[in-house]
Ligand binder design. Structure first.
Ligand SMILES: CC(C)(COP(=O)(O)OP(=O)(O)OC[C@H]1O[C@@H](n2cnc3c(N)ncnc32)[C@H](O)[C@@H]1OP(=O)(O)O)[C@@H](O)C(=O)NCCC(=O)NCCS
Length: 326
């Protein structure tokens, strides 16, 4: 039986740091409001000359080196993002080009903040079916390009960055123990970038109405996020045939510290086993989980044999959970 294991991880955060006080100079907000409501203190923003694939490439180079493989051993690239370089070609295609990797399949998936875990679940299926042996899965965003810089309800919540993981095949190690995913398109309007696609193509009106940016009904999203994050975490634990006591580290999607607190309380995971970095990087949508995974590994928070739980919730709505034995 072939199982899916983590061979290497990498992450990249753009140099520019934007603090809550910096936001308070642009919109009617305060460090106190942002940090109390969300747990966010600062976030990184990309430089003008950086596109999403540039962030992916930086994270991917580190992940490939960490995996100890040649870049041409990679036989599939999946990028999860809602802020792709272009409508097409995909950021996966640009990543392949910029890494100088031979003509392997590469594509993007759009599953909001669940994009990386969706990509991981797909990588697991490709590896288990024998279609691939080394899959590069990245999650990356330049949210600063798709937020409305005048809307205090949303602009302060997001950041830019990329994380990448090289997944490999193993006949001896257990690797991914469980995967769980779902979506409910009925709630799509609650968190949406309305314009720029075929429903509302770019026009002077769409630009004037700021329809090319994130629109979110925060309170509504919050309620669903709490429920689905809990569901995804608890289902992933159940499907792995373990209990919450067996989880050594939990990496939740970092949208709001209050969502994380409610999730761990319900799922029975102690705060000391929960990885938090929302204060430093805010919500990087698809990039959040792989960045946190890389940081957790490099901080020594994960050792061989540990059970790692990850869960996410995002636009769509989408949600996903997974347990992997490191
Ligand atoms: C966005 C969020 C932090 C807002 O927190 P909240 O406690 O629900 O706050 P509310 O939306 O009730 O807003 C309360 C007040 O603060 C104001 N406010 C909103 N943003 C503000 C800001 N940046 N600074 C100061 N005040 C702000 C609102 O206008 C509102 O004022 P009003 O009562 O006079 O109308 C929270 O709803 C949330 O995290 N939602 C989920 C987000 C999420 O998970 N998104 C991504 C999914 S992956």
């Amino acid at each position: 039986m072939t199982n899916t294991i983590i061979l290497g991880t990498g992450s990249y955060l753009p140099k520019k740091v934007m603090t809550n006080d910096d936001w308070a100079k642009l919109v009617d907000t305060s460090d106190e409001w942002i940090s109390t409501r969300s747990g966010i203190k600062e976030r990184h923003f990309a430089a003008e000359n950086e596109a999403c694939s540039d962030l992916v490439v930086e994270a991917a180079k580190i992940a490939i080196a960490d995996a100890g493989i040649d870049k041409d051993d990679i036989d599939l690239i999946i990028v999860g993002t809602v802020s792709a370089d272009n409508a097409y070609p995909s950021t996966g295609n640009w990543t392949q080009k910029k890494l100088g990797i031979k003509a392997i399949p590469s594509f993007d998936i759009s599953a909001g903040c669940s994009s990386f875990l969706y990509g991981m679940i797909m990588a697991n299926s490709f590896i288990k079916s024998g279609l691939a042996r080394h899959v590069l899965v990245a999650g990356a965003e330049i949210m600063s390009r798709i937020i409305n810089w005048e809307d205090r309800n949303t602009c302060v919540l997001f950041g830019d960055g990329a994380g990448a993981v090289v997944f490999g095949a193993s006949e001896t190690e257990p690797g991914i123990l469980s995967t769980y995913w779902g979506a409910d398109g009925n709630l799509g309007d609650l968190l949406i970038q309305p314009a720029g696609g075929s429903a509302i193509p770019a026009s002077e009106e769409s630009v004037a109405k700021k329809l090319h940016s994130v629109h979110m009904k925060g309170n509504e999203v919050y309620k669903h996020a709490v429920l689905r994050m809990q569901e995804a975490a608890m289902k992933a634990i159940e499907l792995a045939n373990i209990s919450s006591d067996d989880i050594d580290l939990y990496i939740p999607h970092q949208a709001n510290i209050r969502i994380i607190d409610a999730t761990i309380k319900r799922a029975g995971i102690p705060p000391e086993k929960t990885f938090i970095n929302i204060d430093k990087i805010a919500n990087i949508s698809g990039g959040t989980i792989p960045i946190a995974l890389d940081q957790a590994r490099k901080q020594g928070r994960l050792k061989k044999g540990d059970n790692l739980l990850m869960s996410a919730f995002g636009a769509g709505f989408t949600w996903a959970g997974t347990v992997i034995k490191m």
